[in-house]
Design a protein around this ligand. Structure first.
Ligand code: UD1
Ligand code: UDP
Length: 380
């Protein structure tokens, strides 16, 4: 496996473009942006605008004190529109000033569109959070990340398993076992969201106490766009007897309205998507999390909050180690049984599978080393 540990030989003048489009992409890019800034690397932060609500985008730019991004205002639409609009607007933007290197986090439609621009314009692409596999191509994100991985020049793997997946697929770019930059964010902000006064304020705002409630969020297309699946989840939530704080994603909200499905659980409190620190504080103190989010699988594991996933498989296999992350079929009875079984069973995990909390700091030396080049096999 070409797992490299680059050292800069001399300082190279670079212009780096880091491109996000959604909430989790901004979060995982935040420490990378700070690392570029700290090393004095000339960079721009571009946001496609796939997510545009304040709660899904600007709030993170503000809270993480990021440079104001160049916004391409792609917005919502079907997959083809979003890929097309990202390609069109980003390539036009790059014609003004072409970056030497792109950094693209995650596996969203924005990530795919942006990487296609890099591949076509022969700008070396660094894929952040590379090598995740669920081996299910019906999941849009799986298709996106496989395409991005196979065209990328540098592949930043968050875990040894992800690096091994890339090795098995014989990707052409260089693989770097970096660690997970979402863990960097969590570690950096722990002193804020675990600060006793902050915790007291957040818990009293939602009228809950440590360990006696559930935090819930779900939004995946395969779970909420299909009424029969959404109905299984709604029916399960309606049967649960503990307080539930539900951070509702706009996709979920739209589908609940369109499908005429309703929650009738008096223990349920629905809230708009929350700022990072508030959400993490609630997860760190919850007796249980229910989710289909990728990021929350890692965060609940690191914080030791038991998790009932709506998925029946995961790319984040490390989270299964202690038996407190439960996967399974999307049926009302399975969800209810797993929630009742895991509620309150907080645990101690080993977060070192995600690195040392300083993964982003490893990126500038790699960029400055001159190693990030288009693989020869990709050239005419
Ligand atoms: C996207 C990603 C998903 C990621 C999620 C993070 C893809 C294929 N999916 O899903 O991998 O987990 O972001 O949250 O890229 N909407 C708003 N306001 C917004 C954004 C969206 O109301 O600011 C609504 C619109 O009705 C839109 C729908 O949510 O059609 C879905 O948004 P979209 O960005 O297409 O996908 P996500 O479900 O957010
Ligand atoms: N998150 C947040 N506020 C919320 C819900 C989630 O800040 O109300 C954070 C969460 O802590 C994690 C990220 O958003 O860092 C996960 O994003 P999402 O679930 O939208 O996407 P996924 O990880 O599934 O791609």
């Amino acid at each position: 496996m070409r797992v490299l540990h680059a050292q800069p030989e001399e300082s190279i003048s670079l212009f780096v473009s880091i491109v996000t489009g959604t909430r989790p992409q901004i979060i995982k890019s935040a420490p990378v942006i700070h690392a570029l800034k700290q090393q004095g690397i000339n960079y721009e932060f571009v946001h496609t605008g796939q997510h545009y609500d304040f709660e899904l985008a600007q709030t993170f730019v503000n809270d993480f004190e990021l440079t104001e991004p160049v916004n391409l205002h792609v917005g919502s639409g079907d997959y083809c529109f979003q890929v097309y609009a990202t390609i069109d607007r980003l390539s036009t933007h790059f014609k003004k000033k072409r970056p030497d290197i792109m950094i693209i986090p995650g596996d969203t439609t924005s990530a795919l569109g942006a990487s296609l621009v890099g591949f076509k314009m022969e700008i070396p692409v660094c894929h952040l959070e590379s090598g995740l596999r669920r081996y299910d191509l019906t999941v849009q994100e799986e298709l996106n990340r496989r395409l991005i991985d196979h065209g990328s020049s540098a592949l930043f793997a968050p875990t040894p398993v992800a690096a091994k997946n890339l090795e098995a697929e014989q990707v052409q770019g260089n693989v770097y076992m970096l660690g997970d930059t979402m863990y960097d964010v969590l570690k950096n902000r722990m002193n804020i969201f675990l600060e006793p006064k902050f915790q007291e304020k957040v818990l009293s705002k939602y009228d809950v106490s440590i360990g006696d409630y559930t935090i819930m969020t779900f939004h995946r297309r395969e779970h909420v766009d299909l009424k029969s699946n959404l109905e299984q989840i709604v029916n399960a939530v309606n049967q649960l007897e503990f307080p539930i704080i539900f951070s509702m994603h706009p996709r979920t909200k739209k589908n609940l309205i369109d499908s005429n499905l309703e929650f009738n659980n008096p223990n349920l409190r629905v809230v708009a998507p929350l700022p990072y620190d508030e959400f993490m504080c609630l997860m760190a103190n919850a007796g249980l999390a229910i989710s289909d989010s990728g990021g929350i699988q890692k965060e609940s594991y690191i914080l030791g909050t038991p998790l009932v996933s709506l998925h029946n498989c995961t790319e984040w296999v490390e989270t299964l180690k202690y038996g407190k992350h439960r996967l399974g079929e999307l049926t009302t009875s399975r969800i209810v049984n797993d929630c009742r079984d895991l509620f309150g069973k907080r645990y101690q995990s080993d977060p070192s599978v995600y690195g040392d909390g300083k993964s982003a700091e490893k990126i500038p030396p790699i960029l400055l080393s001159g190693e990030v080049q288009i693989p020869t096999k990709f050239r005419y």
